[in-house]
Design a protein around this ligand. Structure first.
Ligand SMILES: *Cc1c(COP(=O)(O)O)cnc(C)c1O
Length: 422
């Protein structure tokens, strides 16, 4: 028998492969790798990663020992070497339900919570469950491109509503009304905002809920940054409005505990009137969850201790550091004429800024800006096109202060070198 060659496989995958390739290139990791491919190896300075929101590699952002000990003890107990139930183990779902209920006017039950492999799998599950021939979903622009990529793979049509920079990135609710039709299944709200760093007010979220109710569509509330707020607006979970419209809330340990590699997230159904149940969505969700893989049981076993025993001062210290970084970022960006920041960040780990290409020589769009910046200054930022906003940039400030200052200094030097001569 000869070696396996192309001809020994019956089916070609080229058609489908193209679609998957396009979807993966759309994700943040996909765009980031395109930009990073341009790094100059001869640059001896450290690379400054201002693209991806993952501060875990900086020692100042290490997670709490409570979480580390919970994992170690979960391993040592030998209680979690087993398969878990498809929806996740009860104590973990119970502690998540209790912790979310603290901010809600009603109590969630453990049966309202489904554990997932990070919030990304929660997105994958929800979009797969909601997809049907001809259906569409309303996504924010700018937004989190994993939604677009997953929708493409599920053949769910995407329609974008705008977030309005001049209104502190509030949702263009008239736009939402105009986009929706009888095939619209849901709209997505990311709060605190990625990529805009905004935090919606109670009043605005209520209007979102009322709009969704009028249109008869679910709200998917991506709250992976839930308590990471540091401006004047407090965090209000969308589930507060669950009696107006059913809400599917997504959360995870990734951002709040700074452990994105632990891959523990959840879906919580905030639906005190039981509409998801009567419309059959709950049943469909449960059936689909049997077809998916689960977070490692070890991590599930550690969840109750992580959630119940993490001291408040862990979060307040992290929020303090991120707030300071956001302030530094906002102030330093003001010194770079080709960049304007329409709204000071007040939550999450990001800011969305506008590029003024008229002030630059030989740089024609945001992608070219990011590629040249990587090449010349070893600084990675994300082109706005990845989030549907051409000639904008997304910058994360959740890095060590010295790296942030270094990175912003290099962006300024880059501007000065490429500034259009008068
Ligand atoms: C990081 C992020 C996710 C994915 O979170 P994981 O729990 O790491 O999978 C989902 N949505 C938004 C808006 C994010 O920023």
């Amino acid at each position: 028998m000869g070696a396996m060659d192309n001809k020994s496989i019956k089916w070609g995958f080229h058609g489908n492969n193209g679609e998957l390739k396009m979807a993966s290139a759309m994700t943040i990791r996909g765009v980031q790798s395109t930009v990073m491919a341009n790094l100059n190896e001869a640059d001896n300075r450290p690379m400054i990663p201002l693209a991806q929101g993952d501060p875990s590699s900086f020692t100042c952002f290490r997670t709490t020992p409570v979480a580390e000990d919970a994992i170690v003890d979960a391993v040592r107990s030998a209680n979690f070497n087993c398969y878990a139930p498809a929806v996740g183990i009860l104590p973990a779902r119970r502690s998540i339900a209790e912790s979310l209920s603290r901010d809600l006017p009603y109590n969630l039950s453990p049966d309202d919570v489904y554990l997932t492999v990070g919030a990304e799998q929660a997105i994958e599950i929800i979009l797969t469950v909601l997809a049907r021939p001809g259906a569409n979903i309303l996504l924010p622009r700018p937004g989190y491109p994993f939604y677009e990529a997953r929708a493409a793979v599920s053949h769910l049509e995407v329609r974008h509503f705008d977030l309005l920079p001049e209104k502190g990135w509030e949702v263009d609710l008239d736009g939402v009304e105009n986009l929706a039709d009888d095939k619209t299944v849901a709209m997505v709200i990311i709060n605190p905002g990625n990529p805009c760093g905004n935090v919606f007010t109670y009043e605005h979220l209520k209007k979102v809920a009322e709009t969704a109710r009028r249109l008869g569509i679910l709200v998917i509330a991506d709250e992976v940054y839930d308590h990471l707020v540091f401006g004047s607006n407090p965090f209000v979970p969308m589930g507060v409005f669950g009696s107006i419209i059913p809400v599917l809330t997504l959360g995870s340990l990734s951002k709040s505990w700074i452990v994105p590699g632990w891959r523990l997230g959840w879906i919580a159904t905030s639906d005190p009137n039981g509409i998801l149940h009567t419309t059959g969505i709950t049943e469909y969700l449960k059936s689909y969850i049997y077809l998916t893989s689960d977070p490692a049981t070890i991590i599930q076993g550690a969840v109750p201790r992580i959630i119940e025993r993490t001291p408040e001062d862990f979060f307040s210290k992290i929020i303090g550091m991120i707030k300071e970084a956001a302030d530094t970022c906002y102030d330093r960006l003001k010194e770079i004429p080709c960049i304007t920041c329409p709204h000071k960040p007040e939550g999450s780990m990001f800011v969305m800024v506008k590029l003024n290409l008229q002030l630059l020589e030989g740089i024609n769009d945001d992608m070219e800006f990011c590629i040249k910046l990587a090449k010349e200054e070893s600084v990675i930022v994300l082109p706005g096109i990845a989030m549907g906003m051409k000639n904008w940039l997304r910058i994360t400030f959740a890095v060590a202060t010295s790296s942030l200052e270094d990175g912003l200094g290099r962006i300024k030097a880059f501007y000065l070198r490429h500034a259009k001569k008068k």
